[in-house]
Write a protein that binds this ligand. Structure first.
Ligand SMILES: Cc1cc2nc3c(=O)[nH]c(=O)nc-3n(C[C@H](O)[C@H](O)[C@H](O)COP(=O)(O)OP(=O)(O)OC[C@H]3O[C@@H](n4cnc5c(N)ncnc54)[C@H](O)[C@@H]3O)c2cc1C
Length: 552
């Protein structure tokens, strides 16, 4: 093969990327069609088509530039005249991507209760580029907007909410969420930042926050300890703090921006607060409930959606590359070992898609205030289990795609994959580490009748399936529920084994949803390769089925 022919193959691979990623994603369309009425689906299809094109044409190239070394955000604490401004400067490309992201409506939808399908679809499309640079600010802004809409007193809501809902990036205010302090992120109850009441409904915040993403936001949401409150999480209030007050930074100083493994386009800083003015979001003695129940749960949902988008991208890159790249005189997609990897990526992406949209359906109903008690219980499990399962899988899947591209897969300007890999690692820890999420699920299973809801709902999906693997899934599901019940009642057993049990429950839950949406091959692949791995006589046939459509 000549050099020119090899380069032409690479160019053909690049050109195989869909110009309209929504139109190309039939599994996504199928999931949406099952969940939405026709008029809402049609309106979303129009938005998603237009935004998907912008992701390819504008956001991809912009993100490739603004998160490159030498183009990442920089601290600007003082202006040229020596006035304190406490701001962050970005490469112009950061704002091109932000303009397109905000114009999509992903944040503006927060003003209307029950628009979770729209927000998840748009964020999934954004995540084809990773683009935590704006995925994180959009997510934080959505969380803050939801908290203000659902929990704040009218005067606080009416002051802070409208600018968050602006579609025009140049006019919009962005939100952030600061819980973590230097003494720990998992143990939020150890927060030592304090909030002193002014007596007029407002508070003064003093302390330091250790991980402050969207450090450039115009509104900070934060947790702080209120006077005479009990220790731990019950003593925390949840506040909104405007960046600027009377034309000057509102009692805060940006100590530094962190130099991170991933999400490098995003400004994550350490911030000191000294008597900064803030207003409570909801009752101050319910601050932790607001921060976790609305804000963190929104971020967990969105982080999982982002992971599913990254997996979709990994599949698109790897499957097209394998079709165009040649080795030993034939396309590498002809090698069983390569095809098997691509089939695994395909099945994992489909599984993540179904898991995050099962969660999105519940988010939609809860936000619209039409969820049943059983929905709320299922959501309580799923929001933590989905973030846990999808963020682990996203890193593994992107790494597998890098393997398909070989050495080229590790090169920063050859494909988006190195950036996705670095970002996926960060997604694993923020909004709750694996252990913390698993521990939360175990605690919830012990306190609430979640297992019986899951048993009933997943059981129903498996019973109505005619797939030959439905019975096997059902018996594994029963065994997993027995194990989960033991973990709940035997603390030692739970502490040692619950991550494995969660792996089983979330995997089987995913398979049940895949079967229900007519994806039996992907369900069986996850069953045989992840849930119950072993030598598998049906592997070749399944891989054929999973790799027969290069880009769907
Ligand atoms: C790039 C980036 C941006 C971030 N931005 C923000 C932000 O904007 N706002 C914000 O509030 N936070 C932010 N975070 C912080 C993030 O939420 C925390 O890193 C996370 O919550 C974990 O806290 P930690 O890092 O202090 O780890 P620790 O809490 O110290 O945990 C360390 C290890 O101990 C384990 N562990 C802790 N407790 C238990 C337990 N009970 N049982 C078993 N294992 C346990 C954890 O799983 C982890 O593996 C950001 C993090 C990153 C990486």
């Amino acid at each position: 093969m000549t050099f020119a022919a090899a380069r032409a193959d690479l160019a053909a691979w690049k050109n195989a990327f869909p110009v309209d990623p929504y139109d190309a994603d039939t599994p996504l369309q199928s999931v949406l069609a099952r969940g939405l009425p026709a008029d809402r689906l049609a309106a979303l299809a129009t938005e998603a088509t237009s935004f998907g094109r912008a992701v390819v044409e504008v956001i991809g190239p912009a993100a490739a530039r603004h998160e490159r070394a030498g183009h990442t955000p920089e601290l600007a604490r003082w202006d040229g005249l020596g006035k304190r401004i406490e701001t962050v400067e970005f490469d112009p490309a950061y704002h091109w991507a932000g303009t397109a992201t905000w114009a999509s409506g992903v944040v503006t939808h927060s003003g209307t209760p029950g628009r979770a399908y729209e927000q998840a679809t748009l964020l999934y499309l954004l995540s084809l580029e990773g683009e935590a640079g704006h995925g994180c600010p959009a997510t934080c802004t959505i969380g803050l907007a939801r908290a203000l809409r659902r929990r704040a007193e009218p005067e606080v809501r009416d002051r802070f909410l409208p600018p968050l809902l602006e579609r025009d990036y140049a006019k919009a205010e962005r939100g952030s969420q600061f819980l973590t302090e230097v003494q720990g992120g998992s143990d939020v109850g150890a927060n030592a930042t304090v909030a002193e009441p002014n007596g007029d409904g407002s508070y003064r915040i003093t302390g330091e926050k250790w991980f402050c993403s969207v450090a450039d936001a115009q509104q900070f949401l934060l947790t702080a300890r209120v006077p005479d409150a009990p220790p731990g999480t019950r003593g925390l209030g949840c506040f909104v703090l405007p960046r600027m007050l009377d034309g000057a930074p509102n009692g805060f100083a940006l100590r530094r921006l962190k130099d991170k493994l991933g999400t490098r386009g995003l400004a994550s800083g350490e911030i000191d607060f000294e008597r900064a003015a803030a207003w409570p979001i909801g009752p101050v003695d319910e601050g932790f409930k607001t921060a976790v129940g609305i804000v963190l749960n929104t971020s967990r949902w969105m982080t999982a959606v982002g992971g599913a988008g990254m997996m979709r991208r990994a599949y698109l890159e790897a499957s097209a590359y394998a079709a165009h790249r040649k080795a030993f005189g034939r396309p590498i997609s002809g090698f069983p070992a390569v095809r098997r990897t691509i089939a695994g990526i395909h099945a994992e992406w489909l599984g993540a898609l179904h898991l995050v949209f099962a969660l999105t359906a519940l988010e939609d109903r809860i936000d619209a205030d039409i969820a049943s008690e059983l929905d709320v219980l299922e959501h309580r499990f799923l929001v933590n289990a989905t973030k846990y399962a999808v963020s682990i899988r996203a890193t593994e899947v992107v790494r597998d795609a890098i393997e398909v591209l070989g050495g080229n897969g590790t090169i920063e300007d050859f494909s988006v994959l190195p950036r996705l890999y670095r970002d996926a690692m960060v997604y694993e820890s923020w909004e709750g580490t694996h252990n913390v999420l698993a521990a939360q699920v175990l605690t919830d299973l012990g306190r609430l009748p979640i297992l019986s809801v899951l048993e009933e709902r997943v059981g129903k999906l498996l019973t109505r399936s005619t797939s030959p693997i439905a019975d096997e899934l059902a018996s594994r599901w029963e065994a997993a529920i027995v194990d989960a019940n033991r973990a709940v009642t035997d603390a030692d057993y739970g502490a040692w084994n619950f991550r494995d049990i969660l792996h089983q429950i979330s995997g089987l839950y995913t398979c049940a949803h895949l079967l229900d949406d007519g994806q039996p091959v992907a369900a069986e692949h996850l069953l045989r390769t992840r849930i119950a791995p072993g030598v598998d006589p049906g592997l070749a046939e399944r891989v054929d089925a999973l790799t027969s459509h290069a880009t769907t």
